[in-house]
Design a protein around this ligand. Structure first.
Ligand code: ZN
Length: 556
């Protein structure tokens, strides 16, 4: 099967924190690796989302061009994801030196989609009121406005969306709006023309499409989408008064009066998935206009409405044959200790902190997947990090691996041939049981549960080795010892395959010590014999109390 996997495009002006990493790029990576093992034809797309107010403002603050800001942070993102072993097929970007260049796929596709929506009478012009600052002599971007939510009365709502009830609104709808960077600035409502998407007219088609989904969306994605579809959808403004963005093209219908405006980043950004593919692959339509492709979007819950409502509505409205998302794999939030991760308050652990922590990326991956907020908001805590890594990854798994490899290497040099099929079946029955659970969870994108199944089977192998004690058997019954270790080596290979999506460095290392390569492994391959082992080496060291204290002090 062809599976197209996307991770929400991280916004370029910040360093991602652990919540961002498990929310999109890492989760999508685990799923992509699993599907590649499964022999599916996988394309995993991501990249930086670079246009918009935040980049433009940051550039002004730092006396740089938006282009320089994008280049700087694109590189930072790329390096962090490489360190985390995120294996994208394409990691691209949405912006170009010259956003007006119609040969740049983002501009070309954005214009194409806009023009088709316009030709289908789904775009109209309307004069609206916006908040204007006399002090700045310009319209204030929604994201720089704060105020009280008109729906739930939350007094710290953002200009475009309320963090508490999740509803989107215009900044002018806020009660007592103020300019975030300087609350003293006086804001007045002023009229200006913008272009609107007739979302209201697409509601029925959208509902029909949603109702036909295969039930594979996560609960949080379904919940948010249903709450939108049960309400009336409102038309949405798709243009902004900015320079750094995809320009609105001149058209017969609207003339050139929007030549100084750009597309709103939320109209523009999801098109990035397609344009990033088109920038790299000539045959991009094989992935984006092909009904044999299954499209899976990974994101955190705040991104759901844009992927389940607005973007599909745009694509449906083009009446072109773009693929619509099949599965929205959204998660809740990962919190930091008892707080929220926050870029502005610098709360939490960021990608570069993890990279400089002296703890290997597999340990970070393991813990983040282990606390993936699959069913509720979850928590990163240093104590839990230490506890889970030491008990599950080191004591349970790594020690098992070490015992099997050291005993086999020392006594037999190679993977012994299995002759005692009754003994083999003893462990194989457990394996089949956990393999079924694992596959069913991973297919449903319950990645945390899949990881638990991996640990559970590792526990079964521990029971087996403790029961037969090959370190004693070698002295009294060498033949039996050979059988026990031959069987354990075989199931270790299977563990190294099940674990590959989560802790790839470690699993590759196990395979290289066993002198085999299971990258082509399909889950039902049977037995391995005869490879000459390489000298074993310890996979993970326990996280020490000192290390834990050092990290706690650094970040709290
Ligand atoms: Zn609200």
């Amino acid at each position: 099967m062809k599976i197209l996997i996307t991770s929400a495009l991280p916004y370029v002006n910040n360093i991602p924190h652990l919540g961002n990493i498990i929310g999109c790029v890492l989760s999508a990576d685990v799923y992509a690796r699993y599907k590649r093992l499964n022999k599916d034809d996988v394309l995993y797309i991501c990249g930086t989302d670079e246009y918009g107010t935040a980049t433009e403002t940051k550039a002004k603050e730092q006396n740089m061009t938006p282009r320089d800001i994008c280049n700087k942070y694109h590189k930072i993102h790329k390096e962090i994801y490489e360190w985390f072993n995120i294996k994208f097929d394409i990691f691209g970007r949405t912006s170009n030196d010259d956003p007006k260049d119609v040969n740049w796929s983002q501009t070309k596709l954005c214009h194409d989609i806009f023009n088709k929506l316009k030709d289908n009478n789904l775009i109209y012009e309307k004069e609206i009121e916006q908040l204007f600052s006399e002090d700045l002599n310009k319209f204030c971007a929604d994201r720089y406005i704060k105020g009280t939510c008109p729906v739930c009365n939350y007094d710290d709502a953002n200009g475009d969306q309320c963090d508490k009830c999740g509803k989107l609104h215009a900044a002018t709808e806020l009660i007592n709006p103020y300019y975030k960077l300087d609350p003293k600035f006086k804001l007045v409502k002023k009229k200006t023309s913008h272009l609107f998407l007739k979302l209201s007219e697409l509601q029925n088609e959208l509902k029909n499409w949603y109702n036909k989904n295969d039930g594979s969306w996560t609960n949080i994605a379904d919940g948010i989408t249903k709450s939108w579809l049960n309400d009336d959808l409102h038309d949405r403004c798709i243009t902004r008064d900015l320079e750094w963005g995809t320009p609105v093209p001149d058209t017969k219908k609207f003339g050139n009066k929007f030549k100084n405006k750009v597309f709103y980043v939320w109209f523009d950004a999801p098109i990035g998935y397609i344009s990033i593919t088109a920038n790299k692959l000539n045959n991009w339509t094989n992935w984006w206009k092909n009904e044999d492709v299954k499209l899976v979007n990974f994101m955190a819950k705040d991104n759901v409405p844009f992927h389940s409502i607005i973007f599909p509505a745009c694509l449906i409205g083009t009446k072109d044959n773009y693929n619509l998302v099949n599965t929205i794999a959204a998660v809740d939030y990962l919190n930091y200790e008892d707080k929220k991760f926050s870029k502005s308050n610098n709360t939490g652990v960021f990608g570069d902190d993890a990279k400089n922590s002296g703890i290997c990326s597999d340990m970070w991956r393991f813990y983040l997947i282990r606390v993936r907020p699959e069913t509720n908001d979850s928590f990163f805590t240093w104590n839990d990090f230490e506890a889970k890594v030491n008990s599950e990854l080191v004591n349970n798994f790594s020690n098992l691996v070490n015992r099997i490899l050291v005993l086999t290497y020392k006594n037999f040099k190679k993977i012994p041939e299995i002759k005692d099929m009754n003994l083999y079946e003893e462990l194989n029955n457990e394996y089949e049981n956990y393999l079924n659970l694992y596959r069913s969870n991973m297919d449903k994108i319950k990645l945390r549960e899949g990881l638990v199944n991996f640990i559970q089977f590792s526990s079964e192998c521990n029971l087996f080795i403790n029961n037969y004690e090959p370190w004693n058997l070698i002295k009294i019954d060498k033949e039996k010892c050979e059988q026990v270790l031959g069987i354990l080596c075989n199931f270790l290979i299977k563990l190294s395959v099940l674990g590959l999506p989560f802790i790839p460095d470690c699993c590759n290392k196990i395979q290289s010590i066993l002198n085999i390569n299971c990258n082509d492994y399909i889950f039902d391959i049977n037995k391995f014999v005869g490879s000459e082992l390489n000298k074993p080496d310890i996979l993970f060291k326990r996280m020490s109390k000192d290390k834990l204290d050092e990290l706690k002090n650094k970040f709290n």
